[in-house]
Ligand binder design. Structure first.
Ligand SMILES: [Zn+2]
Length: 203
């Protein structure tokens, strides 16, 4: 789902020159949010708010925009500002290592996960990372490669992710049972049960 918020660079890439952009702003087909950033009237409100504030939609908010499973405790509008971004009282999010350039109005899943590691606890982060792995159809190694600057703690969290998880609640159960010392088998094959698989099994 596109946010319908565009940088000038994106609009030019789509074939609109500055004259056409100005004409669209005058006609109301585009709304100027700040210098170099525009939205259609139907644009995603969270992305519009993030860009108006001087950043892009990031972290938990970007992950929600990408339709990942987000724990109900992860709230608020998460914005990533450029180093020279406007000052704002809104929540600021940032990843690890050198700041990523703004490619679009909504951060990609790997960049957003990198930011979210600073904003979330371990369980919430792993829940979303499990959902990301399922959505992207990536292995943990592929996701780690897309977050090269993330610290050792986040790499440990990533090792506790599981590409087979089918829901956020399943991930929570897996993590909580293992934290209490239970051995948990994910998606076990049950002989004689046909195609049926349990969400989780405890042995
Ligand atoms: Zn955040």
């Amino acid at each position: 789902m596109h946010s319908n918020v565009f940088s000038r660079t994106e609009l030019v890439r789509l074939g609109h020159d500055d004259t056409a952009i100005r004409a669209s702003v005058r006609s109301g087909d585009l709304i100027r949010l700040r210098r170099g950033w525009f939205a259609t009237p139907a644009a995603d409100p969270d992305t519009v708010a993030a860009v108006r504030a001087g950043g892009v939609l990031a972290c938990v908010s970007a992950l929600r925009h990408h339709a990942l499973w987000i724990p109900p405790t992860a709230r608020g509008l998460h914005i990533r500002f450029s180093r020279h971004g406007e000052r704002s009282r809104r929540r600021r999010c940032q990843g690890h290592g050198r700041p990523h350039p703004f490619v679009g109005a909504v951060d990609s899943i790997p960049i957003a996960l990198d930011c979210a590691a600073r904003c979330l606890d371990r369980e919430s982060w792993i829940v979303i990372a499990d959902s990301a792995l399922a959505t992207l159809r990536w292995s943990r190694t592929e996701l780690a490669s897309a977050m090269p600057a993330c610290p050792a703690q986040v790499r440990r969290w990533l090792r506790d992710c599981d590409t087979r998880a089918q829901s956020g609640t399943e991930t929570m159960v897996r993590l909580r049972l293992r934290a209490r010392g239970y051995a948990v088998e994910v998606q076990p094959e049950i002989p004689g049960m046909g195609g049926w698989t349990c969400e989780w099994g405890v042995f």
